[in-house]
Design a protein around this ligand. Structure first.
Ligand code: CA
Length: 295
């Protein structure tokens, strides 16, 4: 896919992740995980506001009231974008000191899914959780190593999920009414020469976009698992993308610069947020605690 790649924010994020478009505010949210930062970037002005969470934060998502929810080191939190106040919803894995929460997303019935990982190495120490609108937390899948992904097919029949060291994208049958997942299977294998699968998002046509950590690219897969497109980035640590803009046809991409001194010179803009116009549209991000229209 020969598209123009534009650096829209030279954020120098250590570990830029979890981009999500806030359609009410018309801004791009993303996190810098290890610094515990939530960014709110306004493409119209170029202004980038930074919220301090006070602990590592793996992902941010929208909530029904217009505020945001976080999957952070110690569990699930709310962040008020007006005051910057961070309040606890539910603790997760407080007994596992080396673990933190990682990528997350909200399903069409307003449940926030996010998993955990060991912050330093170690396989099979994580779990995928589901935060329900009533604030209760359900354990959905264990063990996992580095919980990533997550998104759903447009009809909510499938959930796509990534456990990064497995080098593949998995699919589950998804029961929208109950929030249950079943019948895990491989959706697409990704050769390690292409990098490691990280965050993913499903576009309006039901195609799957995944960031390639150490792969310097995004891959786009058809719903039957065929690799149909590659967008090459000028940095190697590509984490995740999100559709945004007034028409949801701008594709924003987060990246990282962890260990950048050891990688290539081309990574001078590593940690930046990039923009491409792929010619397809995304879907509005779901909100925690809200039922999506038509659902
Ligand atoms: Ca990730």
């Amino acid at each position: 896919m020969p598209v123009n790649v534009e650096l829209v924010l030279d954020a120098r994020a250590e570990l830029g992740e979890s981009p999500v478009w806030d359609d009410r505010r018309q801004r791009l949210l993303f996190v810098d995980i290890l610094l515990g930062h939530v960014h709110e970037f306004d493409p119209a002005t170029g202004h980038d506001r930074i919220f301090e969470v006070g602990q590592p934060v793996g992902s941010v998502a929208l909530a029904a009231a217009g505020d945001w929810v976080l999957a952070a080191r110690d569990g699930f939190f709310r962040l008020n974008p007006e005051s910057g106040a961070v309040t606890l919803i539910a603790h997760v894995e407080m007994d596992l000191a080396g673990n933190r929460m990682n990528d997350g997303a909200v399903d069409a019935r307003g449940r926030f899914w996010a998993g955990t990982m060991a912050s330093v190495g170690g396989r099979d120490r994580g779990t995928l959780y589901r935060l329900d609108p009533d604030g209760s937390v359900q354990r959905m899948l264990a063990p996992v190593s580095t919980s990533n992904g997550i998104d759903w097919s447009p009809d909510s029949q499938l959930m796509y999920y990534v456990d990064t060291p497995l080098s593949r994208i998995d699919a589950f049958n998804f029961d929208l009414a109950t929030g249950d997942i079943s019948f895990r299977r491989t959706f697409a294998n990704i050769p390690t020469a292409s990098g490691y699968p990280d965050g993913l998002v499903v576009d309006a046509e039901g195609f799957i976009w995944v960031g390639l950590w150490q792969g310097g690219a995004l891959h786009r897969y058809s719903p039957n698992g065929r690799l149909l497109g590659v967008v090459n980035l000028p940095v190697s640590l590509v984490t995740k993308c999100a559709f945004g803009g007034p028409n949801l046809d701008d594709l924003y991409i987060t990246t990282a610069r962890i260990g950048v001194d050891e990688v290539k010179q081309r990574d001078v803009v590593a940690g930046g947020v990039f923009l491409v116009k792929p010619g397809v549209c995304g879907r509005r991000a779901n909100r925690y605690g809200a039922v999506a229209p038509g659902r």
